[in-house]
Design a protein. Structure first.
Length: 287
């Protein structure tokens, strides 16, 4: 299968208008360096809709560290070829100037309010990151106007921000798909390509800590502080620089540790391994 490629968002918008006129349109926004986790979103979107488009854009607005932006992997041609093999009808990219032609550069772009889901954790450790996510996602939604948009659960706070953006716009329906994991449990991420082989082994500790916290939940632990203690103890190890190990009520998001006991809980972690920042999370109360 071949797919249409656009490097001009305006041309992509015209294609999307024609696709919407013919039926349901699915959208998967990505930053490229595609892996099996992205493809799981692509497959879900293709199965539930008449047409599918994907964006590939490394968004400078959501990088608080210029070095992180510089080293982020990019290969639009390879990503587009892979998407064509997996049911994607159109893939597009662009630049900040093309996505925001009404502005005079990145410094003049007005960032959107990311909503209450941006409080704490990622909001504290990456100032401006989730506002940058909200800003580009809103613009992409306005451009594509999809029936449904698909996101991975790995970036949990991002999914809260995306739902806030969609609610403010009145569209699209947001679908959040389960985290795709490597055989050793490591959440799939484009950043994993930057890890050494030894680093991948250390990084797997993130998911092991999450599942140990789930075992504690299943054994009856409901106090958030106790769950966080289990999470942190399992995460701490040489070569794993922990940023946070937290438990939150996913339906009543709070910046700080919620009061317990909890009826539902999600564990969230962030750490650096080999200098690479990784995040992961798990719904502890999932039966």
């Amino acid at each position: 299968m071949t797919s249409v490629r656009f490097e001009d968002p305006e041309l992509a918008a015209r294609w999307c208008a024609k696709a919407r006129a013919a039926g349901s349109l699915a959208f998967v926004p990505t930053m490229g360096a595609l892996h099996a986790g992205h493809l799981s979103l692509v497959h879900a979107a293709a199965a539930e809709n008449d047409q599918l488009c994907v964006s590939v854009f490394v968004n400078p607005l959501q990088f608080d560290d210029p070095r992180d932006l510089e080293r982020y992997p990019r290969d639009f041609d390879a990503d587009a070829a892979l998407l064509a093999e997996h049911g994607c009808a159109m893939v597009f990219t662009g630049t900040l100037e093309r996505f925001f032609p009404e502005t005079e550069g990145a410094n003049t772009i007005v960032l959107r309010d990311p909503g209450p889901g941006a409080r704490g954790l990622e909001g504290d450790h990456r100032p401006g990151h989730l506002a940058g996510v909200a800003t580009i996602v809103a613009r992409l939604f306005e451009l594509v106007q999809p029936t449904r948009a698909y996101f991975g659960e790995k970036d949990f706070q991002q999914t809260l921000v995306v739902r806030h953006v969609a609610a403010r716009l009145g569209y699209p329906e947001v679908r959040v798909c389960p985290t795709s994991r490597e055989p050793e449990g490591l959440a799939r991420s484009s950043r994993n390509a930057l890890l050494s082989e030894a680093g991948r082994g250390r990084a797997a500790r993130l998911s092991r800590a999450l599942f140990e916290a789930r075992v504690a939940w299943q054994s009856g632990v409901r106090e958030p502080g106790e769950l966080e203690a289990v999470l942190l103890a399992a995460l701490l190890a040489p070569g794993v620089d922990v940023e946070y190990a937290a438990v939150r009520d996913p339906e009543r998001w709070t910046a700080a540790l919620p009061a317990g006991p909890l009826e539902r809980a999600r564990a969230l972690v962030a750490a650096r391994v080999d200098g690479v920042r990784l995040i992961d999370n798990l719904l502890l109360s999932d039966p």
